[in-house]
Design a protein. Structure first.
Length: 183
């Protein structure tokens, strides 16, 4: 299974939900390929398990749980990330407990809202932020948090300096380019 296969599945199955979420947030800077690429980076490996099985998209979305680990204070391992863009149980407990994480439209609307909150936070903390890097900072903040991304900015580091794999934003934008090439 290649990333092209995964991105194609995302385009065919989640693309309509992403488009509806974008329509619900007119004027946003976020795009279908950006949200699809975040999905691929977050849960591409999980999606790859279900593509050969031809499982319904809503069933697949109900299975998109990740970050199975034991955090400090927990008595056992558990899932911490939920949905196509992996909302963390610590940050969004009500959303997770409600089951809304299984609804791709609700996930993408919340993703857009949270990306925008990160954008506004970064711009408030770093008003002289290099506009050519803003989208990378926002994307990296999706993974490592906007507080960490402000440290990256303050220290003139690569946007991916604190995120998982130190390549999160770079890979997301690589996936976005691949997504755009799918017909």
């Amino acid at each position: 299974m290649t990333y092209s296969d995964i991105l194609d599945w995302i385009k065919q199955n989640l693309g309509p939900y992403i488009q509806k979420a974008l329509a619900a947030r007119p004027g946003t800077i976020y795009s279908e390929e950006w949200l699809a690429a975040i999905t691929c980076r977050e849960v591409g490996g999980l999606i790859a398990r279900y593509i050969p099985q031809k499982i319904d998209v809503l069933v697949v979305c109900s299975l998109l749980r990740g970050d199975f680990s034991q955090r400090p204070g927990e008595t056992e391992k558990q899932y911490h990330g939920y949905g196509p863009t992996q909302f963390d149980i610590s940050s969004f407990p009500e959303f997770i407990k409600s089951g809304d994480w299984k609804d791709p439209l609700k996930c993408y609307i919340l993703t857009i809202d949270q990306l925008e909150a990160k954008r506004l936070y970064l711009l408030a903390k770093a008003p002289d932020l290099d506009p050519s890097l803003l989208n990378k900072y926002i994307t990296a903040a999706w993974n490592c948090g906007q507080g960490n991304e402000v440290k990256v900015i303050d220290n003139s580091l690569d946007p991916d300096a604190y995120d998982t794999g130190h390549n999160y934003a770079a890979q997301v934008f690589q996936f976005a380019d691949q997504y755009n090439s799918i017909s």
